[in-house]
Design a protein around this ligand. Structure first.
Ligand code: BGC
Length: 764
């Protein structure tokens, strides 16, 4: 029995132990017997229920529905009474209990409802957006934030969250880059594991945790032109080497759910893609949980010109491997009973899907504990501990991009007045980022307020917005219409800029907060340009012209183009969450030292996209800097880049073997010294380059990293194991995993520009 299988059986045994009796059996390996018994008990309970269910009741279990006042769609109460499997977008414990009671009192079989919700980076305590957390390069921290988010979600009665979002993307025009792990499959996989562990705990069914839904399977980050929902055409090699690894990692960590993506992958819509959901997801990646479609994605099988009608859509989705439909309007899966009678779906497949949904409800303990304690739920929200974690997470996500003449950290003894400037600097909602909902009353803090509350007495903090954020509305159909015919933002006159500039002039330092409103990024938040929206660039130019020290704080989810003169200091803060201002104050004055690194390449302009560090070497590599005649090909900042208030030096890379056989491992190590004046964190990054082989391989690939803390002057040896897992890749011609005989170059350093300084051979 594999370790994974054993762990999942253990999980079931733990769960059933809470409700049923699991006696020990003498003289037998306890773990095996009890876990096998637990599995049998679970299977038997599911079988008993299935045997009582009508096809209509089964189809109802295969729906997660949100009542959004859509014409002709049943409301939540009707759905609950009729035994719906899941409801999403409800997060008030009293409402969850009320709906649960309706289901348990009125539906024939009294199967509890599973409540789902988009909890991507917190519920009431908001942590930095996922791309920000990715920049921490700190899986342990990411696990902690997701555990805290899971605790709040489970407390209010949400058992399933629609995350982690694991779409690798190399196109920052795509708005959803903010929800994901960035451009690199190795970093993304480490983050995927951490997120699943945080959300679910060591096993599915851990008290106070939820079921994690890895999404969007698969290739959504490769949508054409960075346009949301557009088709993704992904080569075989890219699919296996770039887009699938984080999903594999999430599944290995036990993710209970996977969400099929919206878009067609190489022409086949994901929710109806049998090869993707069966051969790949279940066959190759070994997924055992249940697959949900993205919202309306079953209905979309018609939109794509794939299905003939609603029944055809439902049948093809189910037959392809979609177990549950997510829908805000009418359910297509309610056509399934008729499809069953007509023999177009099999009873076996229907039962299989229902069994998967019932299994998760058993494993979460919902049959035994369907209700939540409303008082405990509200007491458990936004605890001091989780707010402190939000401060720490925002600090560790921050990336210092520029710091001329050591402008940062600021010296408290020399600063008496700070001007916070920019529309995002005074906003309370924007720092929380997307996927944060007013109904959860998230803890919000503007950067200006956070600074006011945290800088030392005697330092005055003033605020001027300078310009307005252009309008950008999305979400409801009405808002979408508004956007379609969107009026340009009311033009800013120069008076706001003049006022903000005057404030900068009269202050000791200007903290200029620039970026994008939180609703300009995320779903339907793609852009064709990376320029600062509105008149923020004019504001920047004007404030810079004062000659005052200027720190630009970026609040954004994608790289942005800054034109003209650059400010002396740039601190990437992302959408930092509930405690961004507190974290910013600590970062500015050196109580916290930035140690984050970019999880993506930062292009010069949108014209360079896609640009990513792990590209192939091709014709005329020396000329690769001038692939465009009008601009260098290199980025502004490379992947993995980030400065500190201290400096780090690296000493010769060591290897314990110069030659290994395929299938063997070796260890590489390096000495890292904090060569600067203060303690700080460094993210030590290992890159490999394969010189030759049966496929051309990228110029380098991240294959290891570790965030370490070093005191001033301290030296540490950091070692990485290089195992077959890091050497293999998917060869598109052989359609198989390969480890080639080759020489591999090794670079260990501070970012993806670290020089190669050692090599080893793999020889048969
Ligand atoms: C998004 C998903 C999300 C779902 C439910 C969809 O539009 O693509 O990521 O989980 O809505 O909100």
């Amino acid at each position: 029995m594999g370790v994974g299988k054993r762990a999942s059986l253990l999980a079931i045994s733990w769960l059933l132990a809470a409700s049923a009796v699991t006696p020990a059996v003498a003289d037998a390996p306890l773990e095996e017997v009890t876990t096998a018994r637990a599995q049998r008990q679970l299977d038997a309970r599911i079988r008993r229920l299935l045997a009582q269910m009508t096809p209509e009741e089964k189809a109802a279990q295969l729906l997660t529905a949100a009542g959004m006042n859509i014409a002709n769609a049943p409301d939540h109460d009707t759905r609950a009474r009729s035994g719906v499997g899941s409801i999403f977008f409800v997060s008030k414990p009293a409402e969850i209990n009320r709906l649960q009671k309706l289901a348990l009192d009125n539906s024939r079989l009294k199967i509890p409802i599973l409540f789902g919700y988009d909890v991507l980076h917190g519920l009431k305590t908001v942590f930095p957006v996922p791309i920000g957390l990715a920049a921490s390069w700190d899986p342990e921290l990411i696990e902690q934030t997701q555990a805290a988010a899971a605790g709040e979600a489970r407390g209010v009665g949400i058992g399933w969250v629609f995350g982690p979002m694991l779409d690798v993307t190399r196109d920052p025009r795509w708005g959803r880059i903010v929800e994901g792990p960035g451009e690199d499959p190795y970093l993304a996989s480490a983050i995927a594991r951490a997120q699943v562990r945080g959300l679910q705990g060591p096993q599915l069914g851990t008290p106070g945790r939820v079921v994690a839904g890895a999404k969007h399977f698969a290739g959504y980050g490769a949508g054409s032109g960075g346009r949301d929902y557009d088709e993704a055409n992904v080569s075989d090699a890219e699919l296996w080497n770039v887009y699938l690894p984080p999903f594999r990692a999430a599944i290995d960590a036990g993710a209970g759910n996977v969400m099929a993506a919206y878009m067609p992958l190489n022409g086949i819509p994901a929710a109806g893609n049998h090869w993707l959901l069966n051969d790949v997801l279940r066959g190759q990646l070994g997924f055992k949980g249940w697959v949900v479609s993205d919202n309306q994605a079953v209905r979309n099988l018609l939109t794509h010109g794939f299905a003939r009608d609603r029944s055809d859509a439902a049948e093809r989705a189910l037959n392809a491997g979609t177990d549950m439909e997510m829908a805000t309007g009418l359910s297509n899966f309610q056509e399934l009973p008729a499809s069953l009678s007509a023999g177009r779906i099999s009873g076996k497949r229907l039962n299989e899907a229902v069994a998967r949904v019932l299994a998760v409800k058993f494993r979460l303990g919902l049959f035994d504990h369907p209700y939540v304690d409303e008082k405990a739920a509200s007491d458990g929200l936004a605890s001091r501990e989780s707010l402190d974690l939000a401060v720490r997470a925002a600090e560790r996500s921050a990336v210092l991009l520029r710091n001329e003449n050591g402008l940062l950290p600021l010296d408290r003894t020399k600063i008496h007045s700070i001007a916070v400037i920019g529309p995002l600097g005074g906003s309370t909602r924007d720092p929380a980022g997307p996927w944060v909902f007013a109904e959860n009353e998230p803890v919000l803090q503007s950067l200006a307020d956070g600074l006011r509350q945290n800088v030392a007495n005697g330092i005055e903090v003033s605020y001027a917005p300078g310009v307005t954020m252009p309008r950008r509305l999305i979400g409801s159909p009405i808002e979408m219409m508004d956007r379609q015919y969107s009026r340009p933002a009311p033009a800013d006159d120069d008076s706001g800029i003049a006022q903000a500039t005057a404030l900068a002039r009269s202050s000791d330092v200007a903290i200029l907060v620039l970026g994008e409103g939180q609703n300009m990024i995320g779903e339907m938040g793609s852009r064709s340009s990376l320029d600062l929206p509105g008149r923020q660039q004019d504001l920047l130019d004007s404030v810079l012209a004062t000659g005052k020290p200027v720190v630009v704080v970026l609040m954004n989810g994608r790289p942005l183009t800054l034109r003209g003169n650059l400010p002396p200091a740039i601190l990437e803060l992302w959408y930092p969450g509930s405690q961004g201002g507190t974290a910013l104050s600590r970062l500015l004055f050196g109580d916290a030292v930035p140690g984050g690194k970019l999880p993506y390449t930062w292009p010069r302009s949108a014209g360079q996209i896609p640009t990513f560090y792990a590209h192939l070497t091709t014709h005329d590599p020396k000329g690769s800097e001038r692939r465009y005649w009008d601009d260098p090909s290199s980025p502004v900042y490379p992947f993995g880049f980030g400065l500190s208030y201290t400096t780090f030096s690296y000493k010769a890379v060591q290897l314990d073997h110069s030659t290994i056989r395929p299938g063997a491992s070796l260890t590489t190590s390096v000495q890292v010294t904090n060569s600067g004046p203060r303690a700080g964190d460094e993210v030590v990054q290992l890159y490999l380059h394969q010189r030759s082989g049966s496929s051309a391989r990228p110029v380098r690939e991240l294959k290891g990293f570790r965030r370490i803390h070093l005191d001033a002057g301290e030296t540490r040896t950091v070692s990485f194991e290089i195992s077959p897992e890091q050497l293999r890749y998917w060869n598109a011609a052989a359609r198989d995993w390969m480890i080639d005989n080759s020489t591999f170059d090794v670079a260990i350093g501070t970012d993806s520009m670290a020089p190669f300084s050692a090599s080893f051979n793999v020889e048969r």
